[in-house]
Design a protein around this ligand. Structure first.
Ligand code: 5GP
Length: 120
């Protein structure tokens, strides 16, 4: 799947749509989800044009992948979630329920989140 430059997170990265930034560096942006599913619900995205985790882990250099996931952990700790715990989710493609085709990791926490996947 080729990268869609008009996806909503690409627009956020270009500053065309506002966001509630939690963290930013040269390679990563993190911001609050517009429709939070938990008391804390942050989205972490690489600034590069990667469609999904599949795409990111295939095409990005290992150093970039490693740095990205280290940053996810740092953000979770900065949000105070490391004591009580938290959940990270990276939905990929249609079966994964991915809605926005720019790779992102959800960090959710602040309450007991229950089962990982509801039974169909
Ligand atoms: P996905 O289903 O692709 O894993 O998750 C996409 C997430 O992006 C959803 O949790 C949704 O609420 C969030 N989202 C969609 N549009 C926007 C937006 O314009 N701003 C923010 N902050 N979050 C968005």
């Amino acid at each position: 799947m080729s990268y869609d430059e008009n996806n909503i997170f690409a627009k956020i990265l270009r500053g065309e749509i506002p966001n509630d930034t939690v963290y930013e560096d040269d390679a990563v942006l993190a911001f609050n989800d517009i429709a939070p599913q938990a008391p804390v619900h942050v989205l972490v995205i690489p600034k590069g044009p990667y469609v999904s985790l599949d795409d990111f882990t295939r095409d990005a250099p290992a150093e970039e992948v490693g740095r990205f996931f280290k940053t996810v952990g740092e953000i979770a700790r900065s949000l105070g979630l490391d004591g009580g715990g938290f959940r990270t989710i990276a939905n990929t493609g249609a079966d994964g329920g991915q809605e926005v085709p720019h790779f992102h990791v959800h960090i959710c926490g602040g309450r007991r989140l229950g089962r990982m996947i509801a039974k169909a």
